[in-house]
Design a protein around this ligand. Structure first.
Ligand code: FMN
Length: 263
């Protein structure tokens, strides 16, 4: 009888232990955790970011002869302030050094509805969720080179696109219009145009920074949102000394993953 009682007690202890175990989330959040935003290949809230641009060095409107084009300077600021990869659209036939000569070539390209050839191509646009696209304004519009590029890259449709560029007074809204024409399913965000004549002024970098912050794509903003998000129910926290502190609701970052603990 005593032996039978011992067996029953031992079995009860095992049952209780098993039951408790299944309710007890592990410290790394894997037990009871539901993945919200972290499927295969998804590392960031907005996805990886890419800048695609064209810019012409040489003699230009109001800035004289420059070694680096105005839009290229704007790209330098973006690259400094946001976590981006950069692709430059390089024409197969370089535009002339002279401003007047470039105007002649650009006029002919518009009149002929030309598709100037591009020297280099990019094959992994699919890897990016957000794409900045920008350049100069030529005769009130993006150079025809952009049409060549857009026609080669239908995969830009559906992306989040941020237009930008430099100009001599026209603004860059024509980039937004052309992008909408080519990529009706893209989400086109707020653009930024800066006058080419003032792009080298120290205040211009601040203008770029404020714009990136407004869009939530500057380095500081993406540092948090890039952390993988997992939702964990019944999350438990432990102090550094290992003492369990019970369920903690809210956001925690552990081992490079962001957990949202909720009931
Ligand atoms: C052929 C040509 C046409 C231009 N047409 C315009 C224009 O219509 N409106 C405008 O605001 N600026 C115009 N500009 C000025 C450029 O948009 C401006 O200088 C820009 O910053 C150049 O950028 P980049 O150095 O990156 O090529 C033109 C420049 C060139 C070379």
């Amino acid at each position: 009888m005593k032996k039978l009682l011992t067996i029953i007690l031992a079995l009860s202890a095992v049952i209780v232990a098993l039951a408790c175990g299944s309710n007890d989330p592990e410290v790394d959040g894997t037990t009871g955790a539901t993945e919200v935003n972290g499927g295969e290949g998804e590392g960031t809230a907005k996805g990886k970011m890419l800048v695609i641009y064209f810019s012409r060095a040489g003699e230009n409107w109001q800035v004289g002869v420059v070694e680096r084009g105005n839009t290229a300077i704007m790209v330098d600021y973006i690259q400094d302030l946001a976590d981006v990869d950069v692709f430059e659209i390089v024409p197969e036939v370089a535009y002339p050094q002279g401003y007047e000569d470039t105007k002649t070539v650009a006029t002919a390209e518009f009149n002929d509805n030309a598709r100037p050839a591009i020297k280099t191509d990019i094959t992994n646009i699919a890897d990016y969720g957000t794409v900045f696209i920008g350049g100069p304004i030529w005769w009130g519009r993006p150079p025809m080179l952009f049409r060549t590029f857009f026609e080669k890259h239908p995969e830009l449709d559906g992306k989040t696109i941020i237009p930008f560029g430099t100009h001599g007074g026209s603004g860059v809204s024509s980039y937004t219009s052309l992008l909408k024409e080519y990529f009706p399913n893209a989400t086109i965000l707020e653009s930024l145009g800066i006058s080419g004549a003032s792009i080298r002024d120290s205040s211009s970098k601040g203008t770029v920074e404020n714009w990136l912050k407004r869009l939530g794509v500057d380095k500081q903003s993406t540092a948090i949102s890039n952390v993988r998000t997992r939702a964990a129910t019944n999350g438990v926290s432990y102090s550094i000394s290992g003492i369990r502190s019970g369920n903690q609701l809210g956001i925690q970052i552990r081992d490079g993953q962001k957990y949202i603990n909720r009931r």
